[in-house]
Design a protein around this ligand. Structure first.
Ligand code: V55
Ligand code: FE
Length: 501
């Protein structure tokens, strides 16, 4: 068992918290735009009990969800553990019963449940809202529905049995034209299986289409993209096997000899048309956007040439390379009218960026202009003592204009580390890019979390919400408006206590 009291990664700003929280009428610097009626949901977490081994991946942390609810210029904050069976089993036992990353063979024999992934999962990766419901996601199990107001854990959801895959990725996509949600599970029929099952869910929450395909090799299929015609899935670098898991290893190892494959198939087909395009070794943990241009498919993504994560070992024992882990914004072009199984890859800009990018979601799957992401701006001051494993502090949001290569930047501060942002349109009819960026920052000096709202046209800060404490690390976050989720604006019910005469 790892001892959290001995320093290491779970110390200082990242020392264990274990709390749940409610803050009403948060402190605000600046002025919250009064048009903002919705909530910013963050999903991530920390180890409630330390991992059993030093080499475990931080991706095994217990899931935690928080929300900043905005209404009439006022912000209420709420934070809860995501109470999966695994989380509750640990708390009942008052110790860590579970083993290393996505390897049930390393769990306590009483909780292995190989055939029921929802019993062994932590919901620590991303929030998604669709058909008026909020879910927390982890790619090794089906989604967990969450109450969007109380953040209570409502349990796993398989769409009344119509969603058959055992897994559900953390990055479904909502088509802004149809309102459909495209979601999928890889390792869909059990650990290390090569089944990729893809579902279309209607705006009313009904599964209306299923496609079953096989992947060229079993790999992290963390994110995908879509155009109006096609679904697009990257397969790259990471490998796994049942033997590997039975030997007690983490789920993934990096194999630098593996090519990258991009699977492209028609959205309305049965999967038999899937084509796998082949390219050099790379990592595409996250995508940005894609669209059709005649017979061509254009895909934009932050891509690195090697293993992005130091905690997933290489199969050949080679050391992790920070250089190969650097991401640049790249554009891939697939020619669907050609018989070749290759694609063109172009680096849009050489700057080192974080591999979490967002677009104005009204332009997902369509031609678009702006990419929003984050970086460690090398021209800004930062405190090297606070830099992470990759020696950087993420201090800057940027807007990248695809039409002319122009960058606009926002610097959050020299003691701050930013987490993933969302774009909020100013109104449903505002032009692309007219709105705000929203996201949290860790303030390492004040040991607290702050949330910033930045005008996305001028990249000037509008407001900052100050929490009086630090929150658990975030993986992904998203803004949802009160049109997308049934949000209440009463932080507490009215007085129902004793009345005395
Ligand atoms: C990612 C995160 C995960 C995971 C797999 O960011 C991939 C990528 C937080 O968990 O399980
Ligand atoms: Fe992700």
């Amino acid at each position: 068992m790892v001892d959290f009291t001995k320093g290491g990664p779970a110390s200082g700003y990242f020392a264990p918290l274990r709390y749940e929280a409610d803050v009403y009428d948060c402190e605000v610097e600046g002025v919250i735009p009064r048009e903002l009626d919705g909530a910013f949901y963050r999903v991530g977490g920390e180890y409630f009990y330390p991992p059993i081994r030093e080499d475990d991946s931080p991706f095994s942390i217990d899931g935690f969800i928080s929300s900043f609810r905005f209404k009439n210029g006022i912000v209420d904050f709420k934070a809860r553990w995501i109470k999966t069976p695994r989380f509750l089993n640990n708390l009942a036992a008052r110790k860590q019963l579970y083993g290393v990353y996505r390897n049930p063979f390393t769990h306590d024999p009483s909780v292995q449940h190989l055939d029921k992934p929802y019993l062994g999962t932590v919901m620590n990766t991303a929030p998604i809202a669709h058909h008026g419901k909020l879910y927390a996601l982890k790619e090794d199990a089906q989604p967990f529905e969450m109450d969007p107001n109380t953040l209570e854990t409502l349990g796993p959801w398989n769409f009344n049995g119509a969603y058959k895959a055992q897994t559900f990725s953390a990055h479904p996509k909502v088509d802004p034209v149809t309102g459909d949600m495209i979601c999928y599970g890889y390792e869909a029929t059990g650990l290390c299986t090569d089944d990729l099952w893809i579902y279309t869910v209607s705006p009313k929450g009904k599964v209306k289409h299923e496609i079953r395909i096989k992947v060229p090799y079993v790999s992290t299929l963390h994110d995908m993209v879509l155009t109006q015609k096609y679904l697009i899935f990257p397969v790259y670098g990471y490998v796994t096997s049942i033997e590997r898991l039975k030997a007690g290893h983490l789920h993934w190892a990096w194999d630098q000899t593996k090519p990258t494959y991009w699977g492209i198939l028609r959205r309305d087909g049965d999967g038999k048309d899937v084509r796998w395009f082949k390219g050099p070794t790379s990592s595409v943990m996250h995508t940005i956007n894609a669209y059709d241009e005649g017979d061509k498919v254009i895909v934009d993504a932050p891509i690195s040439d090697g293993n992005p994560f130091p905690f997933f070992p290489s199969v050949d024992g080679s050391p992790w390379s920070p250089k190969l882990a650097q991401h640049t914004l790249r554009r891939l072009t697939f020619d669907m009218s050609s018989k070749a199984d290759t694609y063109q890859e172009k680096i849009l800009d050489p700057q080192d960026v974080v591999d979490l990018a967002r677009v104005d979601d009204r332009f997902l799957s369509l031609p678009y202009k702006y990419v929003y992401s984050m970086m460690a701006d090398p021209t800004k001051p930062y405190d090297a003592a606070r830099a992470g494993a990759n020696n950087r502090v993420v201090n800057t949001y940027f807007r990248y204009d695809l039409s002319n290569g122009q960058w606009l930047k926002y610097f959050v501060g020299d003691v701050h580390n930013l987490q993933e942002l969302s774009f909020i349109p100013r109104s449903a009819t505002a032009p692309e890019g007219d709105g705000w960026l929203i996201g949290t920052a860790s303030n390492y000096a004040e040991m607290r979390t702050e949330l910033v709202i930045v005008d996305a046209l001028t990249m000037q800060e509008q407001a900052r919400v100050i929490l009086p404490f630090r929150m658990t690390p975030q993986v992904h976050a998203r803004w949802y408006s009160a049109q997308e989720l049934p949000l209440t604006d009463k932080p507490m019910p009215p007085y129902k206590g004793r009345v005395q005469s």
